[in-house]
Design a protein around this ligand. Structure first.
Ligand code: NAI
Length: 251
């Protein structure tokens, strides 16, 4: 259900917005009145998201940006504030999947590749978003973790390490800013039907479905709904939480 005016006059800043969960969340924010700044390193797909946001009657600022690059992220935050006048909600969602391998076979380059985007990239975004939110006197941050942020996954040590670490960083930051009218939470998706899944073989997708107690993949819009609730005033007593939206996968 869309509530057209819930985020009117507010600005949402969304990373990894060219595809999947980030794109669905950008469209959902726009449908409820928010102006959206969308970031992604895939400039072509980002411009497609921008068109979709516009047709949801939203104001949009598309910023091609790699979240692991601090200078670019700092500039993106500044450009968002200069364009829209505020940065009220930050959804740090850009992330990448690991190549499956038992831990002793993980190359250091592969470990660094995953941690650099999923963990360091999330930290960099939070650093500059929160610096602005402190000045602004309010804000909400939501980080995308994963069901793999609270349990292990065979062949996924680097990815699970990055997502578990997002949980710790989220909780510590929630404490750092609780007295400053800033809330920090995480959303933990299960197996969601996005491009991340498109890279799986049909057999692997069926395996993912079989691992979901509810017997289906989740939809990106189901994650967006949880993110919007955490950002809304009705989510105002929620901070430092990891909201699991995974069809029971992590149980
Ligand atoms: P996706 O692959 O459809 O979208 C991820 C987006 O992040 C892409 O547009 C990609 O270009 C962007 N991106 C990757 N590295 C980036 C970087 N360094 N800088 C800027 N943008 C970058 O994937 P999906 O499924 O929408 O994933 C979004 C988040 O959800 C990720 O953090 C992922 O780990 C998490 N997640 C996804 C699950 C799934 O089953 N799809 C399950 C649990 C968590």
């Amino acid at each position: 259900m869309s509530r057209p005016n819930r985020f009117e006059g507010k600005t949402a800043f969304i990373t990894g917005a060219a595809n999947g969960i980030g794109r669905a969340t950008a469209i959902a924010f726009a449908a409820e009145g928010a102006r959206v700044a969308i970031l992604d390193r895939d400039a072509q797909a980002l411009s497609e998201t921008a068109e979709m946001v516009k047709s949801a009657v939203g104001e949009v600022l598309a910023i091609p940006c790699d979240v692991s690059q601090p200078v670019a992220v700092e500039a993106a935050v500044a450009k968002t504030v200069a364009t829209f006048g505020s940065l009220d909600y930050a959804f740090n969602n850009a992330g990448i999947e690991n190549k499956a391998a038992p831990l002793h076979e993980i190359e250091l380059e592969e470990w660094d590749r995953i941690l650099n985007v999923n963990l360091r990239g999330t930290f960099i975004c939070m650093k500059y978003e929160l610096a602005h939110m402190v000045k602004q006197g309010r804000g909400v941050v939501v980080n995308t973790s994963s069901g793999a942020g609270i349990r292990g996954v065979e062949g996924g040590a680097s990815y699970t390490a990055s997502k578990h670490a997002i949980g710790g960083m989220t909780k510590s930051a929630a404490l750092d800013y609780a007295k400053q009218n800033i809330r920090v939470n995480a959303v933990l998706p299960g197996n969601i039907a996005t491009a991340m899944m498109d890279r799986f073989t049909a057999g692997d997708v069926q395996k993912a479905i079989n691992l979901e107690p509810v017997g289906r993949l989740g939809q990106p819009e189901e994650i967006a709904e949880a993110v919007l609730w955490m950002c809304s005033d009705l989510g105002g007593f929620v901070t430092g939480s990891e909201i699991v939206v995974d069809g029971g996968w992590s149980l």
